[in-house]
Design a protein around this ligand. Structure first.
Ligand code: UT7
Length: 320
């Protein structure tokens, strides 16, 4: 049977750091509130000359180097993003040109914070059906460009960055399963209006709006369910998972899911304190961190999960 392996990972974070303290002079907030309610201390913010595709390019080059392959060998690019450079062409097309990748398909997946998991799931199926042999799957977000910096409910939470993986067709097991779901009834709890002025409701802006507490409650329930679904689909027990890589939205959500998995926090890869919530980039950035610092090793069983606006949620079980 044709398998799909992750053969390289990469990440990129912009140089500029904004700390919780930095918000205290412009917003009715405190470092204590933000850290206690979210687990965030700081986040990275993109420079004026940077874009989602330029961050994706840095992450992709890291991943290509780790996989020891040339961009010209890539025959599929999928970018998960909700903050693309342009409405069209896709960030993936722009990236393909920047990298000098092959002329296979390149497209974006818009699944909010689950964008990387969705992109991974699609690439997995694509390679299994022999549609491609070597793929780049990326989560990249310039969240700071879609935030209202007077809205303390959102602007303190999110950060910018990009994470990437190279996937290759392989003989040995790699991605064991991917799972994706959506429920559009929750569309008004977390959204960004269309940036095209004529398609917005009167008087509305196109910044991110989040009803955080309502999102929180559904996220905890839903993520616990998808962990069970993923393990059941593979006939595995909770104890078979070596590492949990959660979407980094809130340390309290992450701890609840880890508890349900009976996973000690030392086995959970965390980036939230230093990176905040980078939406679609958070899972691949955390994976890259743990691969590069040597925690995640070849053969380890890794469970990734994410949840975001839609709502959309998903998971992937991967033997590294
Ligand atoms: O990544 C995509 C999915 N997103 C998520 O999963 C996010 C899920 N939600 C959350 O992480 C949390 O709901 C937040 C961190 C966003 C908010 O924490 P919370 O404990 O749910 O707070 P809350 O929204 O219930 O607000 C409690 C109070 C409110 O004041 P009142 O009405 O009680 O007077 C807020 O206005 O905290 C206030 N508040 C703040 N205070 C200081 C909201 N934001 C801030 C702030 N600083 N930055």
């Amino acid at each position: 049977m044709l398998n799909v392996k992750i053969t390289g990972t990469g990440g990129y974070l912009p140089e500029k750091i904004v700390t919780n303290k930095d918000f205290e002079s412009t917003l009715d907030t405190t470092d204590e509130w933000i850290y206690a309610r979210t687990g965030i201390k700081q986040r990275h913010v993109i420079a004026k000359h940077e874009t989602t595709s330029s961050m994706a390019e840095m992450a992709a080059n890291n991943a290509l180097e780790a996989a020891n392959i040339d961009a010209s060998e890539i025959d599929l690019i999928i970018v998960g993003t909700s903050s693309p450079d342009r409405v069209f062409p896709s960030t993936a097309c722009i990236l393909q040109h920047k990298l000098g990748a092959g002329n296979g398909p390149a497209f974006d997946v818009q699944a909010a914070c689950s964008g990387f998991i969705y992109a991974l799931g699609i690439a997995h199926q694509f390679i299994k059906s022999s549609g491609a042999k070597k793929a780049l799957v990326i989560g990249a977000e310039a969240n700071s460009r879609i935030l209202d910096y007077t809205d303390r409910n959102t602007c303190v939470i999110f950060g910018d960055g990009a994470g990437a993986v190279v996937l290759e067709a392989a003989d040995e097991p790699g991605i064991l399963s991917t799972h994706m779901h959506a429920d559009g009834q929750y569309q008004d709890l977390l959204y960004i209006n269309n940036p095209i002025k004529d398609q917005r409701a009167d008087g509305e802006n196109s910044y991110m709006t989040m009803h955080g507490n309502d999102v929180y409650k559904v996220a905890v329930k839903t993520l616990s369910r998808i962990v069970d679904e993923t393990l059941e689909a593979n006939g595995l027990a909770k104890s078979d998972v070596d590492w949990l890589i959660p979407h980094q939205a809130n340390i309290r959500i992450i701890s609840s899911v880890a508890k349900k998995l009976k996973m000690p926090m030392e086995r959970v890869i965390l980036t939230i304190e230093n990176q905040g919530n980078t939406s679609a980039a958070s899972v691949p950035l955390a994976l890259d961190l743990a691969v590069r610092d040597g925690r995640i090793k070849k053969g380890d069983m890794v469970l990734m999960e994410a949840f975001g606006g839609g709502f959309v949620w998903g998971s992937a079980l991967v033997k590294m």
